[in-house]
Design a protein around this ligand. Structure first.
Ligand code: TYD
Ligand code: MG
Length: 455
């Protein structure tokens, strides 16, 4: 009888324990230990094909070759931007995202547009027929895109060796299973084994590998955190499924910055790159309505003009509602408290709804001032001039705090034809605000902004 070994593996961090415990000793999470079979008895022979047998010696750092990591530019400029110029040979990239957000579409589209290289698209989720139907809708088919529908990593590896692709796409890592490990596909042990096998393959053949990963309720990549540690690049594909826009963010990049952001629009014929997000986001605006204010926001290193919308209305129930889309709800509570306390506006009895147009989630604190002004504009039913925008964080005592990269924000607002921009009056020393056509209005307190806007 085959001998098996079992262990209790934390589903969150991958720590193993020999007996069940309520709390993981590694990451202190509760109820994450699950019993898994770790190793089947080996069938004999060498387990791995790709054996690293070059003995490595320590080298002085000065003698390490300092060539910049070579990049393979992709036919998708947004993906290039997020990756920092393209894929690095031998790198393993993980793309995570909610179900149905468009991960498969993004990578299938990449394969279709990349006809000069041999690409192997391995799917454990859909049939070849389904993939072809989708591919016909989103691009032009070509012979260099190879499809493989299999879930056994061992067989996939054999096929990879046979056809020697230039790029391997695995959709998704949770569906793959390796016979080396006896637990079910999607379990920590399986994911870890499959990922490490693919990483080894990538490193030894210098072939880039892109993995699609599922995401859990909490927004983590399902499976162990260790997987995120193992791969070189982790990208998150996100967006509101009801809306058209999809954002590609990088949360880890061993070859570049994680500041870049890619923006796509989901259309009937696949994902379209959005090069000028501000223009697109502002084009849906109806000027002259109250409750709307434009924020000069930065998403990573990319300036973006975003419309903040607010609705302040009499509470329908006893407890006023505070609902937000694309904006942190706790932050809204704070802003409302500032309005009450510092501006004497009795807004506490009202329902307040805040919405970021386009369904884009914004983390930039510089949108505070726009949100506050939109709320006041709605409550007073007085529209904010269409050519005015805002960039400032609001502090607890109602002060307007400076935000990063203010010159870039002002530049973007000017480019889009805005006439006034409100910025923080603090920390402007050394920052050139004169050379712009747009009028820069430094303000130090929220009541000052309101005074200038509403008189
Ligand atoms: P998909 O790539 O299957 O998502 P994931 O792999 O992340 O689960 O995307 C599925 C959604 O995208 C689907 O609900 C329909 C939508 N979609 C379009 O709107 N247009 C298109 O051209 C395609 C291919 C998909
Ligand atoms: Mg998919």
């Amino acid at each position: 009888m085959a001998k098996t070994k079992t262990a209790f593996v934390c589903q969150s961090c991958g720590t193993q324990a020999s007996k069940w415990m309520g709390q993981c000793a590694g990451c202190n999470e509760w109820n994450t230990l699950i019993e898994e079979v770790i190793y089947k008895e080996k069938k004999g022979g060498v387990r791995r094909k790709f054996v690293d047998n070059i003995s490595k010696k320590p080298v002085p750092i000065t003698q390490v070759s300092s060539e910049d990591a070579e990049r393979i530019p992709l036919p998708d400029s947004e993906l290039n931007r997020v990756l920092g110029g393209g894929l690095v040979p031998g790198s393993v990239t993980l793309i995570g995202g909610d179900p149905g957000i468009g991960k498969s579409t993004l990578l299938l589209q990449l394969g279709l547009n990349y006809s000069s290289k041999k690409i192997l698209y391995v799917s454990g989720e859909e049939s070849a027929n389904q993939i072809k139907m989708r591919a016909e809708r989103i691009g032009k088919l070509h012979d260099n895109l190879l499809l493989l529908t299999d879930t056994s990593l061992e067989r996939v590896m054999e096929r990879i060796e046979e056809c020697e692709p230039d790029l391997v796409i695995i959709d998704s890592i949770q569906t793959m299973h390796s016979p080396e490990v006896d637990s079910v596909p999607g379990s920590v042990a399986q994911i870890r084994e499959c990922t490490s096998e693919l990483i080894q393959f990538a490193k030894e053949t210098s072939t880039p590998v892109v993995l699609i990963g599922h995401i859990t309720k909490e927004g983590n990549i399902a499976g162990p955190k260790v997987m995120e540690h193992m791969v070189d690049v982790v990208l998150q594909f996100e967006g509101d499924r009801q809306h058209l826009y999809r954002l590609l963010r990088s949360s880890k990049n061993r070859f570049g910055s994680t500041n870049e952001l890619g923006i796509y629009e989901m259309q009937g014929s696949g994902l379209k790159e959005v090069h000028d997000p501000s223009k697109v986001l502002l084009s849906q605006r109806d000027e002259g309505l109250s409750g709307s204010a434009i924020a000069a926001s930065m998403e990573g290193a990319r300036p973006m003009m975003i419309e903040a919308q607010a609705l302040v209305s009499t509470a329908a129930y006893g407890t006023p509602q505070r609902t937000t889309t694309g904006f942190d709800q706790r932050r809204l509570h704070m802003l409302i408290a500032v309005l009450e306390k510092r501006c004497g506006l009795a807004i506490g009895k009202f329902d307040v709804f805040v919405n970021m147009a386009g369904g884009i989630r914004v983390d930039d604190p510089a949108i505070d001032m726009a949100v506050l002004c939109a709320a006041l504009s709605s409550s007073e039913d007085f529209p904010i001039p269409a050519k005015t925008c805002f960039a400032g964080e609001v502090g607890l005592s109602g002060e307007i705090r400076p935000v990063t990269r203010i010159e870039q924000r002002i530049g973007e607002a000017e480019k889009l034809g805005f006439e006034d921009i409100f910025v923080s009056g603090y920390g402007l020393k050394g920052i050139e605000t004169k050379g712009f056509d747009i009028t820069v209005k430094p303000v130090k307190r929220v009541d000052e902004v309101f005074q200038q806007l509403f008189g």
